[in-house]
Design a protein around this ligand. Sequence first.
Ligand code: SF4
Ligand code: SF4
Length: 314
Amino acid sequence: MDTSSATLERSIAAVRPEALYAERIDLLQVNLGRRCNSSCTHCHQSCSPSCTEAMDEPTLDAVSRIAREVRPALVDITGGSPELHPGLPTLVSRLRSAGLRTQVRTNLTALLEPDAEGVIDHLAVAGVQLLASVPALTAERYASQRGDHLQAALTVLRRLNDAGWARSGDLLLDLAVDSSGYGEQCPAREIAARYRTVLTDKLGIDFNQMVLMTTMPIGRFRTALERRGEYESYVAGLVGRFNPGTVMNLACRTAIEIAWDGTLSDCDFNLAAGLRTAEGEPAHISEFDPQRLARRRIRFAQHCWACTAGEGSG
Ligand code: SF4
Ligand code: SF4
């Protein structure tokens, strides 16, 4: 089976040639760095407590300026654990005081770290929505990906509910769930129903939406697949599930990502794969051009098959 990115581009172009290009910037994603309190087996950024990449102050200032200029529908802050970056409170305050909808991605347990002291209260006052990653609902499966911390994650979810998330209008709490382990045939609504039953009905934990993601064959997850000799078959499985209905909705078509070092990528997965924007497009915040970036050519790679498989991802 041909799993190359060239074949993916031809497949996309055969559906809608314009899907090879961005169409606007609705989402400004900002990656504050690779430091994380966890070292998950599926992490596409290969993050860990020992990672040192972190956005510096001039770049944080530039992010605020660019966000005010672009005025995207959402500024989405990720990492690593963005909660552990000392610049997070100032950044979200600036974004929110400019009236920009802002989301912080969290693995939940990072919010219990000493370096995140006060962050929950600050995010609540600022009115920041959260996208919390909950990779599994059983202690065994959770531990196999993220260590023995399911109960700690549930404790944080309860604290977030108590602070108003998922229980008051502005404070949205969405869950990010990776679909690996549920099987190809398990539809998103079925996985969402399981989370609703376990978290809300049994444990009394509220959340708003569930975002289902396909695990990207890059970073630590790719290394694990390769070690088991399963990389080619995993990608072939994604190719076999190519869904023409996904191509106009690829996340990169309405987004741009700023990395900790100020470089620009089409999405966090391309950043993790070491891919900046396509040749000839603005590649750094110093040359940020909203009009050009909103119409840029997307840089596709082999992992992008994960975004065109099944119900899509990204
Ligand atoms: S998947 Fe998320 S929580 Fe796990 S190591 Fe990566 S950034 Fe950290
Ligand atoms: S991995 Fe990124 S660049 Fe590739 S299709 Fe998905 S969102 Fe677009």
